[in-house]
Design a protein around this ligand. Structure first.
Ligand code: SF4
Length: 332
């Protein structure tokens, strides 16, 4: 029977799951993802995590609890840096230790450090370390890594076409389906700024993407923008980039989207208890003030975010933007 590795459906799951799954399958390991977030998963996370942790971290704990007892290993890499420039938030860096020392009877954790600043082949070496847990030789690891990198490339292309991560994961299972289906179009276009694990986890974001689509709004996020375009953006008048990878991406996306002005509204989804967001929120607000012609709203999510409250705010915002657009069209 194949060894089972559990991958919690939170945090970097939304960016790297297809790649990780392809890698493990290629070296003969079965991957077990935790399910979609439910109230029971959230409650388990709240019980296990420190009270002052941000909501995505609490959710990660919940997904770990969901996998406990079902898998032989948990895959929780220590992801430090993947672009040689910025580092992930300190919570990502301490994640394997936090889980190991605070969750009872947790399965063995595959805890490899991924830090591309340590050399040209640092990430490949990290994958070789993963392979050692399962007795995979260097050649088979390299083969698996190359296949996984190909899947990651294809996955990112789907995201750039406008699909959400979960939709893109489904499309990967049906090669060619992306040529037949198209992401939904609508007469309003909003940008949602925020971390992918907050926006696309429909439990904590209270299905923000689906709700907007139902209201006739096309949604775009930083994941739908080509990284090369983001790399060209300068962060306000800051002398240097933000230290934290995902915050830097969100800020760059904010600059690009506000400047290009081809959107009807911008929503910033911020997570309660997030350290980097205390700075990022201010910087995005400063940018929004420079572009007063584009309506902007911040929404804070936590483990108690209510569906009705979120739906009311979204409906009111969409309504306001739609009337404004209609009034502008009449004036022309
Ligand atoms: S960036 Fe913020 S929301 Fe994300 S893990 Fe770090 S503290 Fe939590």
């Amino acid at each position: 029977m194949a060894v089972k590795v559990g991958i919690p459906g939170a945090l970097l799951f939304y960016l790297y799951f297809p790649m990780w799954q392809a890698f493990f399958n290629e070296i003969g390991v079965q991957v077990v993802p935790s399910g979609r977030t439910t109230k029971s998963i959230m409650d388990k996370g709240i019980r296990e995590a420190l009270a002052d942790a941000c909501v995505p971290i609490k959710l990660f704990y919940g997904h770990v609890m969901d996998l406990k007892g079902k898998v032989d290993y948990l895959f929780i890499p220590r992801v430090v840096c993947l672009n040689r420039k910025t580092v992930y938030c300190p919570k990502f860096l301490g994640l394997p230790d936090m889980i190991k020392y605070s969750v009872d009877d947790v399965p063995p954790i595959i805890n490899v450090r991924m830090d591309s600043r340590q050399g040209r082949f640092a990430i490949l070496k990290a994958y070789c370390e993963i392979g050692k847990y399962f007795g995979a030789g260097k050649l088979s690891v390299i083969r698996a890594y190359l296949k996984a990198a190909g899947i990651h490339y294809h996955y990112n292309r789907l995201l750039r076409k406008g699909w959400s991560p979960l939709e893109a994961m489904e499309l990967l299972k049906n090669p060619g389906a992306d040529k037949i289906c198209r992401p939904p179009k609508a007469n309003l276009k909003f940008a949602i700024l925020g971390y992918p694990y907050a926006i696309y986890d429909s439990f904590i974001s209270v299905s923000i993407v689906e709700k907007l689509r139902q209201l006739g709004v096309m949604v775009m996020t930083a994941e739908n923008i080509h990284p090369a375009l983001l790399a060209l953006q300068k962060n306000c008048d800051l002398p240097k980039r933000l230290f934290w990878t995902l915050s830097d991406i969100v800020l760059k996306a904010a600059h690009l989207l506000f400047k290009r002005g081809r959107i009807d509204g911008v929503l910033h989804l911020t997570a309660f208890g997030c350290g980097p967001d205390s700075l990022l929120n201010k910087l995005i607000e400063m940018e929004a003030k420079k572009h007063r012609n584009i309506p902007f709203m911040t929404l804070m999510i936590d483990e108690h975010t209510g569906e009705a409250g979120m739906a009311t705010r979204l409906e009111a915002f969409v309504d306001m933007v739609r009337r404004r657009k209609e009034a502008e069209a009449c004036r022309r």
